[in-house]
Structure formats: C-alpha cells, structure tokens
Design a binder for this molecule. Structure first.
Ligand code: HEM
Length: 406
C-alpha cells in the first residue's frame, strides 16, 4: 500500500482510504457527527463527508444538486471518471427507465424462488470446510457465498468465482488506492460481459433464462409509456453494477455477522436458542455493520446543513454513520438482536435505494442460519482488535479466524 500523509484533523483533512479509517471508522464518525457533521478535506481534489442521518437523507434526495454521475471519492479527478454503471451512475429522469426493468429479477418472489439454491450453496461451502477446527469465516464462507450466488444468476461457470473476487477487490479495494488496478479490472469486467452478451445474442431463443439474457432483452420504460432496448453501454453497465453491488456488500455484512457472534458469546447463544430472532437480528447487523459509503458529484455551489459545498467536488454520504446517529436511534452503539422499529439506511435512501435488498436479506438470513445450524458454538481465534477491516467504500472484515467449539 502506498504511503499517505497522516490525517491532521478528521474534520478538515479526512482520508477515508487510510488504514486508520479502516481500523477506527465508527469512532471517527461518532466524533464527526458531534463536532463537525459536514467534514471536508483538501485531498481527492477537495471533498466533503456528511455524517448525520437528517443531512444524508436531504442530500440523497436532492438529485439535481448531488448527482450520481460519480459515486467514488479517490485520487482520480471527478471530471475524469466516466465509468458507466447504469442505473447507479444515472440521475433522474434517465435513471428510472433503466432501473425499473431490472427490478423483477430481485423481487420478493424471485428471491423466494432462489432460496433453496442459496441454501444448498451455503451447505456445500460448509461441507467443504469439513471438520476443521480453525476456519476463516470471511475467506472460507462469507466471501464465497455471494460470489457463488451472483455467478449462478449470471449463468456463468462456478470456476469464475476467483476471477469475480479479484475484479471486486480490484475495483473496490486495492483499486481505490492504485487506480491502475481498478482500470485493469474494469476493462476485464466490461470485456467479460460484452462476451457474455454476445453469446446470449447468438443463442437467440435458445439462450438460458439468466440475468445476462434478461439484461440483453431489457426494455427501458420511458415516461410516455414507450419502450426502447437498452443500449450497449447500459447493458454492460447494468451487469457490471450488479456484480459490484451484489458481491462485496453482502460478503462484508455476512463476515461482520460472524465476527460479531464470534466475539459476543451471549449474542451467539441467544441467536442459536432463539432462531425466531433471525429477521430482527439481520436488520440489526445491517444497521450496526453497514458496509456502504457512497459519493455524489456536486453540480452547483450549495449548502449542506448550512455548510457551503463547491461545485465540481464530491461529497461522501456515510450510511454507516446515519445508522449510528443518536438523534435517530436509541442506544445506537448497542447491537440489539431484537431491536424493533429499525428503519436503518444500510440500503441507502431515495431513488438509488438498493435494488438487491430482498436478495441481500435472504442471503444473509440463509447464510447465517446454515452456519449456526452446522456450527452453533464457535469463537474468534484472535483478539477482536487484531481483525483488519477493508479499505474502500465497502467496509467489512478482511479475515475472521474462528475456532469451532462443537
Ligand atoms: C448487504 C448487502 C447490500 C447492501 C448493504 C447494499 C447497499 C446499497 C446501497 C447503500 C445502495 C445505494 C447507493 C446510492 O445511494 O447511490 C445500493 C444500490 C444498489 N444495489 Fe445494493 N446493497 C447490497 C446488496 C446488493 C445486492 C445483492 C445487489 C444485486 C445483486 C445489489 C444491487 C444494487 C444496485 C443495482 C444498486 C443501484 C440501484 C440504483 O441506482 O437504482 N445490492 N446498494
């Protein structure tokens, strides 16, 4: 990792791509919410960081001033980022017509139909771990499951798993620091999906009913009721964002769940003894360990919570911070497996709210239930402070060494 100047003050010089942020993100955010809810930095060509729930909602809803055309803050100049990840990089009115046709593939019904497949994938991964007494909850399990699920949905060989992982890491982790890694990964992903689309096109009516074929045949729904086929860039962009959005987010949350239960024996025991808590527990893990921080591009000089922000710069919306805001949640820093009224923002807010939330919730529930069924007793095999968290826009534990006790 390249050397970066140490942060002098998180309110005026934040660096969300530093190891310090990765290690102490929640503490830094708690301090900023209190002391400076709209932090700034001269790094990254100038950027802002919004940490309070109310301000994040307001910023995310103002899509004219805060555009999704750029969703990452890194050392690439904001005006040089041209990556097409439709629909996430589109603003209204172009956004809805591309988002809507993708929605049926992630409806509650589509997700229910997929559940038995996800369960058998989870059980297969647990079988592969055999009777080892030391396993890695992140590397052996959490990171594998969403990769397998997305590979299945795309209708590609399971052998692509390691390549998907390399691409996701390349785009969202190392590539945020070293842009050449992200560029190489992006090119490879685009070529891969272009080939997949070509295959399905050649197969015509014989093409399998997978996500690639669905995107190939998707029709953008225009406001006047007319439709048009997706363009080439939209097709590749949609498949690209589904891969990026569907993998790291889910593996980070599942990994964080195993980290938490491995280091909080009372919560583990309670969830094993009271499996009916699983739905509220999943929501609480999503709130407490929210993985996604995402950016907006500022289209004109504006204010956020009374703080001036400049056109042409970027602003980070910290959904993890919104989810720990004491003005919105009672006891925000306690993880309560039975928390009711948990209107968290892990899946974002506004028009870009996560398209795959039904699928994500199901994967987390099924993935964790299958694990607890097989391993009701386990503990973290290292000190919690020794677990390293990823650098980049998606926060999750890089490795979760666990000792199996049953
Ligand atoms: C725990 C798992 C997940 C979390 C925490 C998560 C979180 C998010 C968040 C915060 C956004 C909003 C981004 C913004 O404000 O600009 C988002 C958007 C999106 N997510 Fe997820 N996500 C998860 C899983 C998934 C899955 C499984 C898929 C699909 C396979 C998916 C696909 C998408 C897509 C396509 C968008 C863009 C939607 C749009 O722009 O209209 N996500 N996600």
């Amino acid at each position: 990792m390249t050397e970066r100047p140490l942060v002098s003050d998180w309110a005026t010089d934040f660096d969300h791509l530093s190891e310090e942020w990765a290690a102490h993100g929640p503490d830094i955010l708690a301090d900023l919410r209190e002391r400076c809810p709209v932090a700034k930095t001269e790094r990254f060509y100038g950027a802002y960081l919004v940490t309070r729930h109310e301000d994040i909602v307001e910023t995310a809803r103002d899509t004219a001033t805060f555009s999704n055309r750029v969703t990452a803050v890194n050392t690439n100049h904001p005006d040089k980022i041209k990556l097409d990840l439709s629909p996430i990089t589109l603003d209204p009115p172009e956004h809805g017509p591309v988002r809507r046709p993708l929605m049926p593939s992630f409806s509650p019904r589509a997700t229910d139909e997929l559940e038995p497949t996800v369960l058998s994938m989870a059980e297969g991964l647990l079988d592969d771990m055999g009777d080892r007494k030391l396993v890695d909850g992140a590397l052996d399990y959490a990171q594998m499951l969403p990769v397998a699920v997305m590979g299945h949905l795309f209708g590609v060989s399971t052998e692509m798993g390691p390549t998907f992982r390399r691409w996701v890491d390349g785009m969202l982790k190392e590539g945020q620091i070293d842009l050449s890694i992200a560029r190489t990964a992006a090119r490879e992903v685009q070529e891969f999906f272009a080939d997949q689309l070509r295959d399905r096109e050649e197969l015509g009516d014989d093409a399998p009913d997978d996500l690639v074929t669905k995107v190939l045949n998707a029709q953008a729904e225009l406001p006047d009721g007319a439709t048009r086929p997706f363009g080439r860039k939209e097709r590749i962009g949609a498949l690209f964002v589904l891969m990026l959005g569907g993998i790291d987010t889910t593996w980070s949350t599942l990994g964080a769940m195993l980290f938490h239960l491995g280091s909080h024996p009372a919560d583990l025991e309670r969830l094993v003894n009271e499996p009916e808590l699983m739905p509220t527990a999943v929501e609480e893990f999503l709130r407490y360990y929210s993985p996604v921080t995402i950016a907006r591009y500022i289209t004109e000089d504006a204010e956020i919570a009374g703080c001036p922000v400049s056109a042409g710069q970027r602003v980070l919306l910290s959904y993890p911070s919104a989810n720990r805001d004491p003005d919105y949640f009672e006891k925000p820093d306690e993880l309560l497996l039975d928390r009711e009224n948990n209107r968290h923002m892990a899946f974002g807010v506004g028009v870009h709210r996560c398209l795959g939330s039904n699928l994500a919730r199901m994967e987390l529930r099924v993935g964790l239930s299958a694990w607890l069924e097989r391993y009701p007793r386990f503990e973290l095999a290292v000190e919690p402070d020794d677990v390293k968290w990823s650098v980049g826009p998606i926060r999750g534990p890089r490795s979760v060494p666990l000792r199996i006790l049953n």
